[in-house]
Design a protein around this ligand. Structure first.
Ligand code: SF4
Length: 346
């Protein structure tokens, strides 16, 4: 039977303090419970051992803790871990731990499915069902941090919002989750270690700049030619490159932080000299770097990784123009955990 109790983690610390005062208790009790909920990630009220039994029962009568549950965990031969995470209403999202020699990165989801329809992406095939709550985003990070400590003997060092969903289409909840992740009462992580990756929603990029966010911005660009970009990322017809460029100039003017362009090169789609010249030109608008990402085919469809020669042509042209370029090999391919492969298959 559906519960009508409220999710206690939807309350701010002040609201929790007020709740306890109204119940005839001390406001300080709200701080204690808040600490249990966030920095100690309590799953049940009974975990809150410094709270009296009577108070725990009162909380139980009024609230629920809608904690996520890692339903299945798959480990790749390269150390990558993929979690299928069950939400309180039974829906499932995926998050990934990517270990390298120097860092362990959590790739987290922001929506169940996605509102956008990028043609090369497995998540796009699941239509958007709902936005994740701040606590559901936060819990994915906590689960991956625990796995990083357990399987790789080190805490999580970085977070990318590059899992399922377009984070800027769930702006308020993503910002609240990042506040918790960076707060000393949450995980206390530096915002410099967080990247929000967007397919490019100009209005929201400007809003982030106005909100003076401290994390980094990545844009899944994949083409700097409108016609090509619209054919692979249809929403580009609504948010064309001229608007994206303007929003990125605004971002840089306000934050002085470089932008990272994520870029996959596909056979016969964006591997020509014209495509390369367009990217070089686009990169000159705002200080940036380019990550060329290896593609993970999601089926035997039209999207196939370009040849090494095509990648080299991109690298040579970017470097000749003094644009920093990295090639990112994909991880976790054997468990469908690589970029663009998250589709609740497990
Ligand atoms: S690439 Fe990102 S924005 Fe595009 S459909 Fe997939 S999850 Fe959504």
């Amino acid at each position: 039977m559906a519960t009508t109790k409220k999710d206690i983690r939807a309350l701010t610390k002040e609201q929790l303090r007020d709740f306890f005062v109204k119940e005839g208790d001390k406001a300080f009790r709200g701080n204690q419970v808040y600490e249990w909920l966030w920095s100690k990630s309590a799953h049940t009220f009974d975990d809150m051992t410094n709270i009296s039994k009577q108070t725990r029962q009162m909380l139980e009568d009024n609230f629920v803790i809608n904690h996520i549950k890692v339903d299945t965990m798959q480990r790749s031969s390269d150390g990558t871990i993929k979690n299928a995470v069950k939400l309180h209403d039974g829906l499932v999202v995926e998050s990934v731990l990517i270990p390298t020699e120097t860092r362990t990165t959590a790739c987290v989801s922001s929506q169940v499915g996605c509102s956008l329809d990028c043609k090369f992406c497995a998540t796009a095939r699941l239509k958007r069902m709902r936005n994740l709550n701040p606590d559901e985003i936060y819990d994915q990070v906590v689960a991956i941090d625990n796995e990083s400590r357990l399987y790789h003997n080190r805490p999580l060092s970085n977070i990318v919002f590059m899992g399922m969903g377009e984070p800027l289409m769930n702006y308020n909840n993503v910002m609240k989750a990042i506040d918790k992740i960076t707060s000393p009462e949450g995980l206390g992580m530096s915002p410099k270690r967080i990247v929000v990756s967007t397919s490019g929603v100009p209005k929201m990029i400007k809003k982030m700049a106005d909100d003076e966010v401290k994390f980094n911005l990545a844009v899944s660009l994949h083409s700097a030619i409108d016609e090509v970009r619209t054919s692979i990322m249809p929403f580009n017809s609504t948010f064309p490159l001229v608007d994206l460029k303007e929003s990125l100039e605004y971002w840089y003017a306000k934050t002085k932080r470089k932008i990272t362009y994520e870029y996959v090169v596909w056979n016969g789609i964006n591997d020509s000299k014209k495509d390369i010249d367009a990217l070089v030109k686009f990169c000159k608008y705002v200080p940036c770097k380019v990550n060329i990402i290896e593609y993970n085919p999601i089926d035997d469809g039209e999207f196939q990784q370009a040849t090494n020669q095509a990648l080299d042509n991109y690298i040579i042209a970017l470097e000749r123009n003094r644009i920093v370029v990295n090639v990112r090999r994909s991880r976790g391919k054997d468990i469908d955990a690589a970029c663009g492969q998250l589709a609740n298959k497990s």
